[in-house]
Design a protein around this ligand. Structure first.
Ligand code: ADP
Ligand code: MG
Ligand code: MG
Length: 204
């Protein structure tokens, strides 16, 4: 079960993790991109946290929408519109609800994955955050329960590590071609931590 207070706690916990991970995410992005993924994500989620303090907390749809709009306006990089898409899909799925169960959560994650694909046009294997969202959504679809949410977080973590061996086909890293191999995709790492904290907020 995801309640509005668990959702707010999730955004707070994810922001705290991003603060810790900012140097690592920037460093990964420095290897294969422009070095700002950690900076972009911390800026966006700090702004989202602040916005949530002035958003009525009885509707998961409204809370998700507020996060999406804040990410769109505060993050300039590719990750802003991508993570905003995730929260827009959550918002459409959870509109008017103050709590949702594992089935509603599964549907929202699947919708978010589809939204990311529609937005970024990346296929699985192109070393983007789709490489994490796709196996996580599939894991949850196969087991739409609270234990499935934990399994999805585990699949996400493994998939993020797996992006190290991939050659980028989308995003800035694609300019490096073969030289993008050997570094984990920064957006995949931030997505794996997203699933870890999401599972914590729901099950933990
Ligand atoms: P920018 O590349 O604009 O500097 P960020 O560094 O914040 O933005 O985000 C980079 C991350 O965005 C990448 O690690 C990758 O996971 C993700 N990304 C970039 N382009 C795409 C795309 N077309 N589809 C899916 N994810 C993408
Ligand atoms: Mg970048
Ligand atoms: Mg950038």
């Amino acid at each position: 079960m995801l309640t509005t207070s668990a959702f707010i706690a999730f955004i707070q916990a994810y922001t705290n993790r991003l603060d810790e991970l900012q140097p690592l995410l920037d460093q990964l992005d420095n290897q294969i991109g422009d070095g700002d993924h950690g900076t972009n994500m911390t800026r966006g989620f700090h702004a989202a946290n602040e916005r949530l303090t002035s958003t009525p907390a009885d509707d998961l749809g409204a809370l998700s929408q507020a996060v999406a709009m804040t990410l769109l306006s505060s993050v300039g990089g590719a990750s802003g519109p991508l993570y905003a898409t995730v929260f827009l899909r959550f918002s459409a799925q959870w509109k008017g609800q103050s709590q949702v169960d594992a089935k509603d959560i599964t549907e929202a994650i699947v919708q978010a994955r589809d939204g990311l694909v529609a937005r970024g046009k990346a296929q699985v294997g192109e070393k983007t955050l789709i490489d994490v969202w796709s196996p996580a959504a599939q894991t949850l679809q196969a087991n739409p329960t609270e234990s499935g949410i934990l399994a999805a977080a585990k699949a996400a973590a493994e998939a993020a590590v797996g992006t190290r061996e991939l050659v980028a086909g989308k995003g800035r890293a694609a300019y490096l071609g073969e030289r993008s191999r050997g570094t984990c995709d920064p957006g995949s790492v931030s997505s794996a931590v997203f699933f870890e904290e999401f599972a914590n907020a729901i099950v933990g």
